[in-house]
Design a protein around this ligand. Structure first.
Ligand code: NDP
Length: 237
């Protein structure tokens, strides 16, 4: 039997593209009111148009590396909807670099987007999540679980978000707040192209990925969004 999610509220970062956008659409299809967050307002507007009930969408252009932006995401959501049931941290970046080529500022920026942003958003939303016995879903990666060459800061950031997830799951279980991560393999989004991969290299990467993924294919954002929805919703409580 389908549960009634009317009135429930999700905050989804990275909702202007890829996995975050697919997640925003999924939560909206299931009846949630959704705050969608990313830097690009035009792309957030496009996400809103693809959602089931555009009136139940709050757009907040924000950079997850900016503390006051994150505070605004939480304050505006509570002001508009009065509660927070779910936080999905899907904003993220990838970048190549080895120990020889990763600068300290590359490293810091990767950590700021992929780890510090989620940490601070969860911290700010926590009182409301506790009130609703809500849930957090962090979008990690297979690279948090296994080492891959040439993406040092990215792999380390994903291992960090995995450990943050485990620690918080343990800390917050007593409050009834569930904290999980998903660890996808390659999914077709803008992630790799934004990191500077040109179309030819991206096509070759996707072709090669058929041999590195047991199903012989890469993933679709909607497949990851279904899992994020399951982990975020009371179905998994
Ligand atoms: P996309 O590049 O398609 O989407 C990334 C999203 O993050 C965009 O909405 C972007 O919006 C947002 N974002 C990036 N930087 C910031 C920032 N500083 N502040 C706010 N928002 C930001 O990539 P994916 O959908 O693939 O990536 C989502 C997550 O999934 C990432 O954490 C990624 O590591 C993870 N993942 C992806 C895989 C893949 O193969 N695609 C595999 C495994 C994990 P905007 O630019 O408008 O701010």
């Amino acid at each position: 039997m389908k549960s009634d999610m009317t009135g429930k509220v999700a905050i989804i970062t990275g909702a202007s593209s890829g996995i975050g956008k697919a997640s925003a659409i999924k939560f909206s299809q299931e009846g949630y009111k959704v705050t969608i967050v990313a830097r690009d307002k035009k792309n957030l507007e496009a996400t809103r148009q693809d959602m089931v009930s555009p009136d139940d969408v709050l757009i907040i252009p924000a950079d997850v590396t900016n503390e006051s932006n994150i505070e605004k995401v939480v304050a505006s959501t509570v002001q508009k909807w009065g509660r927070i049931d779910v936080v999905v941290n899907a904003a993220g970046i990838i970048g190549s670099g080895t120990i020889q080529t990763t600068t300290l500022s590359d490293w810091d920026y990767m950590m700021n987007v992929n780890v510090c942003g989620p940490f601070y958003l969860i911290q700010q939303a926590l009182p409301y999540l506790i009130e609703q016995k809500g849930a957090v879903v962090n979008v990690s990666s297979v690279t948090g679980l296994r080492a891959f060459p040439g993406i040092l800061a990215y792999c380390t950031s994903k291992a960090a978000i995995d450990q943050l997830t485990r620690c918080l799951a343990l800390e917050l279980a007593k409050d009834g707040v569930r904290v999980n991560a998903v660890n996808p393999g390659v999914v077709v989004t803008q992630l790799h192209r934004r990191s500077g991969m040109d179309e030819d290299k991206y096509a070759a990467f996707l072709e090669h990925s058929k041999t590195t993924h047991p199903l012989g294919r890469v993933g679709k954002p909607e497949e990851i969004a279904d899992l994020i929805y399951f982990l975020g919703s009371p179905q998994s409580a």
